[in-house]
Design a protein around this ligand. Sequence first.
Ligand code: ARG
Ligand code: ZN
Length: 858
Amino acid sequence: PVIRREDYLPPAWLVPEVALDFRLGLDATHVTAKLSVNRNAAGNGASTLRLNGDQIAPLAVRVDGKDVNDWRLDGSDLLVELSGDTHVVEVETALNPATNSQLMGLYASGGMLCTQCEAEGFRRITFFPDRPDVLSTYTVRMSGPKAQFPILLANGNCTASGDGEDGAHWAEWHDPWPKPSYLFALVAGDLVANAAHFTTMGGRKVDLNIWVRPGDEDRTQHAMDSLINSMKWDEEAFGREYDLDLFNIVAVSDYNMGAMENKGLNIFNTRYVLADPETATDGDYDAVEGVIGHEYFHNWSGNRVTCRDWFQLSLKEGFTVLRDQLFSADMGSEAVKRIEDVRVLRIAQFPEDSGPLAHPIRPDSYQEISNFYTATVYNKGAEVIRMMRTMAGVERFRQGTDLYFDRHDGEAATCEDFVKAIEDGAGLDLAQFRLWYSQAGTPQVAAQLVHNGTQAVLTLTQSVPATPGQPEKQAMPIPLRVALFDRETGTHSGEQLIVFDKASDTFTFDGFAHPPVLSINRGFSAPVAIEFERDSADLVFLAAHDDDPFARYEAMQGLVVQHLVAAVSGKLDDAARDEGRAAIGAAYGAVIADPALDDLMRGELMILPAETYLAEQLAVSDPGAIHAEREALKAWLGRELAGPLKVLHDRAVAVPYSREAAARGARKIKTQALVLIASGDPAEGARRAFAQYNAADNMTDRQGALMVLASLDAPERETALADFHDRYEGNALVIDKWFSLQAGALNPKVLEHIAALAKHPDFTMTNPNRVRALYMAAAVNPRAFHDESGEGYRMIGDLIRRLDPINAQTAARFVPSLGRWRRIEPVRAAMMRAELERIAAMPELSRDVREQVSKSLG
Ligand code: ARG
Ligand code: ZN
């Protein structure tokens, strides 16, 4: 069953008020839902009320207080005939949270009860018009055994609570803000809070709580600091103020995704809440800050203004990702954050755009909406809004977002509403720009620069590749920040923003006596691929001189990408290979030595392009060849720069732990230096890694050292892995690291190691974090996944088939890696395809996996 955007119809019935009554039990929860329903004047006038359900049965149905028997089931939906325009419809259901392994709806996690309703989980709790354009005011009553569930939470404010008989207690919650069912949340369990306050710009005093399992409270301060920073930042950057007296966050260890923005009661994967220096890396700290910000920002971009239907998902997700990116940039280094965000886009989203699952940021159809929580909807969605901001400028963009929030507060809006508000508020003409919402595929922009007299003429040509269902594309408006550098002075006379909106166009720049060096798509102003043939001298020049930090990074990447792509395409003879390596080695040497660079930025410049990004540059690629060439370059760099790398490592080792930028930078380059040293000289690498491991007083250094050791065939490997497991036994998030470090290792025996880890007593298929720790790490490890035996593909295929009945959403996330087969050399491609066919042949398959597999087979 395909759902299409163009088929949207307003709901026939509205539900202004809901009262829910939960009698809670881990393996038996009873739910009574009382819905006040009104016929929607804008609807089709149907007398049938359709209430969605999924895996539930109605125990009793009452209309206006009287039992009725003339209800029907249509598939899993409950249909009730209503005569008038206003009724109260009551439905009772019973659930078993303990057996809910899909982790959608109401489920049990480590002895507590919690919910996940986005996108369509509420229908697993009770029958309801489970669509985001039905907004209701919720009153929730819950009761249960006090010893088992001492804390009872729901959206909004607690209005009453008390003790019942036989050790039971109860609480009543009321959320004054009308919301769609996907924002409903309930939590019951034995939890402790880190509590704080925030006073909003309007003077509202808000109680803040971060709820965790007893024993975890010492690891919540960074999350609390991040929350307070988010609240302050949204007031300053977007004029958004919090709107309840209470804001609760609950951390749960069994969770399908990152976190969820339920009104006043965010529910988080523990990995985005818990952090302390001993157990969390600097990257983990950044992820906590980013996700805390993201969910908080949803209070306006998502909750106060929600989505009309799920095709509009990017309305809230793309915008909220942009908001969290800008927040993190303001909290730390803007330059480094931009580089990280582009790297994620290129690794995760570019392959989507160029594969069988390509879809526009506003999809036209879906079978299972959970499959559309993608890098395209989230990250490309953020890039599309960022382009509007770049074209408008920060202040006018803010006028646009102010207008958007004003105009649509309390509504379920569309992407079109957003674009219109930016158009009106910021004074932009976005008529052609709307193509970014409807066309999939990463635009390819070919650039040519010709120097003539005193003029430099830039010729640009764009093409948007065909994607499934979209064979023909129109030219998109592409905002490009450009600068032309004078080779002699190393400077430019001002950056310009050009908006390139035709299939082909030329741009003329005056006043250049000598051919200038072009810096294009600075700051990654547009999510496109630039094709610009240039000699490595120009790239070396930009890597050293560009005053845009992203462009500097881009020049370093370009230098390596050009070289490795030529190498794997068999275009390099020995002399050309030496020449290419020499240029890269010189640029790396300069980066290592440059005293003007801070270490966080130095670390970015030292990161080699990912193998998936290299593969993107080729129509069809041989992952084995890409891996071998990239590893060979690492080893060469390690030998060539052995001296400076050891100096760098020693200098970084001497910096004491702190959370300050300089110390974080030192930790970042410490492990990067170690990786290259170990590539060039495994014995020296093992020695230094083991020393770094043993001296570590923080997880960043410890994990970095263990990562290096895990890839080596050295006796220190086993010693350190065993120590790590002993040291952190019982700490689930750290044991996840232990799994993923081994599954992600570039070790010749990695497939054997993964097979053994799958049988380890700590492994379980019912915890998504653990499944991802082992198998996502394996799926993105070229050594494991693309092993020429095909065993890596078999392993992921088996996983999908075994996981699907347990947790379909998580299983479906593994399909895209196999779906890349068309872009892989024929021998491997056949094996990848065969795995997809084995999955497709399963008699029972979830809608989630079915959709991804059938699209991947094409
Ligand atoms: N809205 C959440 C976020 O991005 C994601 C929830 C996705 N859940 C799901 N089951 N697909 O913050
Ligand atoms: Zn989100």
